[in-house]
Design a protein around this ligand. Structure first.
Ligand code: NAD
Ligand code: FE2
Length: 355
């Protein structure tokens, strides 16, 4: 059986295209001008971008802090806030920020039309009703959150996405100018998320011509961006992120992402840097790419933190292993149907203890 999957139907790309957001939203505001809700990374408070948000009188602007990555509790309280302050569903939710903000905006747009807590929907195709119209505007490139059918959330029990066709954005605005101010280290870590998506997709068992076409192109772009000097690198990284996301949409990620989920659930390590810390120990699984990753680290003078797990209690280490082991499709993609014979608890423990 082949998956029949949905993709984002409307995409605008180009330097300065953020200026067309007002025009794009105008189509949604007709005929009854329902208020829009902007969910924006608070790093942009008082910035030039802040002044360019096409806010109308009745609209809501919610600043969100992403020092910690999205949690189901935060999604639920933000959804309640929108409901209480507007008194009716908004005409749209617009997320502006990195992967964390894009995921928050997706989740809020889903929870405005689906009852209960967002934790009830962590899993695959559990969402019952279409989300309100939602627009994603990335200010950091690499996660592919702008194109994916998931929003990754930490819940009371697990770190797992709300995966559904309704999760996908209705519109994305890809303006490479918006990523210009990202701190270089953050840009590197989030960019490596894209690089690792491509490696895990291309090296996995679920690979096919569809995913390979996108994955190879995105991998080449990552090499141009992170191993050469390139004046167009922000534009290229934005497209690499999109292509990397398209590649995994029809294949799967692998060892690095499975271990990273465990690490970040227990220690709160952010996705980009967490993937780098994990990938650094995976020469056994992805030898050529880990060597290439080391060249990228050196070129960008990035020093990864070490000894993250050494002093972690046994309980916490066990929890990390539990979370990682739950991700069957990732392991099967990386290691085949008999993955449990290779990736035992002891094997995972020994990998974590190197981080
Ligand atoms: N939905 C998906 O398919 C998917 C895929 C991969 C990762 N994710 C999620 O994405 C999140 C990670 O996203 P991320 O790596 O993009 O980072 P992020 O959104 O967590 O942001 C990282 C930091 O960069 C800052 N920042 C963002 N844009 C900036 C800019 N232009 N200028 C200055 N600072 C800026 C933020 O304020 C924050 O401090 C995780 O929560 C992860 O789970 C989702
Ligand atoms: Fe990722």
């Amino acid at each position: 059986m082949y998956r029949n999957f949905k993709i984002v139907p409307n995409i605008i790309f180009g330097r300065g295209c953020f200026s067309q957001l007002d025009e794009i939203l105008a189509l949604q505001r007709k005929p009854d001008p329902a208020p829009m809700t902007f969910v924006v990374d608070d790093v942009f408070k008082g910035s030039d971008l802040n002044n360019r948000i096409p806010l109308k009188d009745q609209d809501l602007l919610l600043w969100i802090n992403v020092d910690e990555e999205p949690k189901t509790t935060q999604v639920d309280s933000l959804t309640r806030e929108v409901q209480e302050r507007l008194g009716r569903p908004p005409g749209g939710v617009i997320g502006i920020g990195g992967g964390s903000t894009l995921d928050m905006a997706k989740a809020v747009s889903l929870m405005l039309t689906n009852p209960g807590s967002s934790a009830d929907y962590q899993g695959w195709d559990l969402i019952k009703h279409p989300a309100v119209y939602h627009v994603g505007i990335p200010t950091l490139s690499g996660t592919g959150a702008e194109i994916s059918r998931t929003t990754v959330l930490s819940g009371p029990e697990k770190k797992l996405g709300i995966n559904s066709d309704y999760t996908l954005y209705d519109q994305i605005v890809l303006d490479p100018e918006l990523t210009a101010g990202a701190p270089p280290e953050q840009r590197f870590y989030t960019g490596m998320d894209c690089y690792i998506h491509c490696v895990e997709s291309l090296e996995g068992n679920f690979i096919n011509a569809f995913s390979r076409s996108y994955g190879e192109k995105a991998l080449d772009l990552c090499r141009e961006i992170f191993l050469q000097e390139d004046p167009e690198s922000d534009d290229k990284l934005m497209m690499a992120s999109y292509f990397g996301g398209m590649s995994i949409a029809y294949s799967q990620v692998g060892v690095c992402h499975a271990l990273c989920y465990g690490l970040s659930y227990v220690l709160g390590t952010h996705h980009g840097i967490g993937n780098c810390i994990v990938f650094n120990t995976l020469e056994e699984f992805y030898p050529e790419h880990v060597a290439e990753f080391h060249n990228m680290l050196n070129k960008h003078q990035i020093r990864l933190p070490g000894s993250l797990v050494a002093d972690v209690s046994q309980d916490k280490l066990d929890k990390m292993i539990d979370i990682a082991l739950r991700l069957d499709p990732l392991w099967e993609n990386a290691l085949g149907k008999d993955w449990q014979k290779i990736m035992t608890r002891d094997k995972i423990r020994s990998l974590y203890l190197r981080m």
